[in-house]
Design a protein around this ligand. Structure first.
Ligand code: AMP
Ligand code: MG
Length: 473
């Protein structure tokens, strides 16, 4: 394994040397072979095993310092409180990826935390990151999961665990806020240079490198959030320290995938005001980008920064429209704009399962509405909508069965429902990882039928309403 230490070279102002502190009787319980292969990591080599598990110290492993706006308020000093960046590794195409261990033990930024993560939250992150990747949504990836016999205390005693994750970058909006608000201009410039070199090299050679890089960040963020909205993903804690400069979904806490369609849904029970509710995510993305732009107010004029931010809304809207057109088998934004709003009103009134609806829509045969109508109370309203929808699809001469096949490739049959995660966690806590592996396998190819796993495509049973997710992880 050829680790590089590019971030470490930035110097002491950016991080603190920190090593992984292995858990009591730590053991590898899951490993992502295909991801490892793409990074040329041989898990069977003794040196790799030792390094990844923390039993052999890496001289340049570190915890990063950053700040962030949390639920609207600024926290000047955050940082990896339980994460260690081992270094960077290149894939077969020479693209650099961070190797980062979560739950690795206390760091200088742990504040009152114990530096640990529990098995429950590591499994939730493992499943979510792989599910997102399979849905083509940029995300940190799960490379390995370690269980242990160490007790970690949350609301109850739980099993301590670690998750080794991979991302294009772990630099957050909060990294820039940290140096800007401390008035550390030199470090801010260094960080800009670092990001240009490693993440946005095309901008480096352009006539306005910083401006062009920021436009790219705005676009990547807009695309990311458009994808969340189209698939029904809710992040839960969209603080600026959880927003990646490379446009990846990062820091899975109390996230959720939409089941019954509810735009006001806020999966995080600690989010009392619904600040990060599903329908607010696009607006929060802009709010966070606004925080980020402020950090460059010494480099660029107010008008230049506003011009950069103005890329966000059209980019998000057009990307979302493209995705929704594909989900509905349409090819014209006009069609989408007449058909989507009334459909979402019906889904909302019926609290219809978002994923099941679109999957059934992919299977719709001309004039045969019963499969979908059986899902709703107000059959009349949906019949009228389906008739309009059908005539639009016919009017534009779409070849019905070919379009249906394409729709199935964007409308997943399987999403990570909260109750499914809950079930596999209960089993894993008893030492049985088979349900976890089975769910993971299905989520890795969520568009396939997996006929023998139909149970995993079903909506949540009623008791699930009492399941809560919070920040405690
Ligand atoms: P989050 O809301 O999970 O993004 O975490 C916010 C901050 O709290 C980050 O700086 C984390 O590293 C830190 N943090 C979360 N959990 C722990 C923990 N158990 N021990 C130490 N720091 C933590
Ligand atoms: Mg975080």
């Amino acid at each position: 394994m050829n680790l590089e230490h590019n971030f470490a070279k930035l110097g002491d102002a950016f991080s603190s040397k920190t090593r992984i502190q292995p858990l009591f009787k730590q053991a590898l319980v899951e490993f992502n072979q295909s991801l490892a292969t793409s990074l040329s990591i041989d898990i069977h080599s003794t040196q790799t095993k030792q390094l990844l598990s923390g039993h052999q110290a890496l001289s340049d492993s570190l915890s990063m310092v950053y700040a962030g706006h949390q639920f609207g308020g600024f926290s000047p000093q955050l940082g990896d409180g339980r994460g260690v960046l081992l270094g960077e590794i290149r894939d077969q195409h020479s693209v650099l990826y961070d190797l980062h261990m979560k739950g690795a033990g206390p760091t200088p930024y742990s504040r009152r935390g114990d530096g640990r993560a529990v098995l429950r939250s590591c499994i939730r992150e493992y499943l979510a990151s792989e599910a997102m990747a399979a849905l083509s949504i940029p995300s940190t990836r799960a490379l390995a999961l370690y269980g242990s016999q160490e007790t970690v205390y949350r609301e109850r005693p739980e099993e301590g665990a670690m998750l080794l994750r991979v991302a294009e970058g772990h630099i957050r909006f909060g990294h820039f806020e940290c140096f800007f608000y401390q008035g550390k201009q030199k470090e801010l410039d260094q960080l800009i240079e670092y990001c240009l070199m490693h993440y946005y090299p095309d901008c480096l050679s352009s006539n306005a490198p910083l401006q062009n890089m920021l436009i790219e960040v705005v676009k990547r963020t807009a695309h990311l959030i458009a994808k969340w909205q189209a698939v029904g993903f809710q992040h839960g804690v969209m603080n600026t320290d959880n927003f990646s400069f490379t446009g990846e979904t990062i820091d899975y806490g109390p996230y959720g995938f939409m089941e019954g369609y509810e735009p006001d849904w806020a999966c995080n029970h600690s989010d009392y005001e619904g600040r990060y509710a599903f329908s607010r995510q696009p607006g929060v993305g802009l709010w966070n980008l606004n925080c980020l732009m402020r950090c460059f107010s010494k480099h660029l004029s107010k008008n230049q920064l506003i011009a950069i931010l103005q890329h966000y809304e059209p980019e998000l809207q057009s990307h979302y429209d493209q995705l929704m057109m594909k989900k509905m088998g349409l090819n014209d934004p006009e069609q989408l704009h007449t058909l989507l709003p009334p459909l979402l009103s019906i889904l909302k009134a019926e609290k219809m399962d978002y994923t099941i609806f679109f999957r059934l829509l992919s299977q719709l045969r001309k004039g045969e509405f019963s499969l979908l109508l059986d899902e709703v109370v107000d059959r009349n309203q949906l019949t009228q909508w389906l008739m309009r929808y059908e005539s639009e699809r016919i009017r534009h001469g779409n070849e019905w069965s070919a379009i249906s096949e394409k729709m199935k490739q964007i409308n997943p049959k399987f999403i990570l429902r909260n109750y499914l995660a809950h079930d596999v966690i209960l089993a894993a806590e008893q030492g049985n990882y088979l349900p976890f592996r089975h769910l993971l396998e299905v989520l890795n190819t969520p568009f396939n039928e997996h006929e023998t796993s139909n149970l995993l495509a079903q909506r949540a049973p009623n008791w699930v309403k009492s399941l809560e997710v919070s920040c405690s992880s």
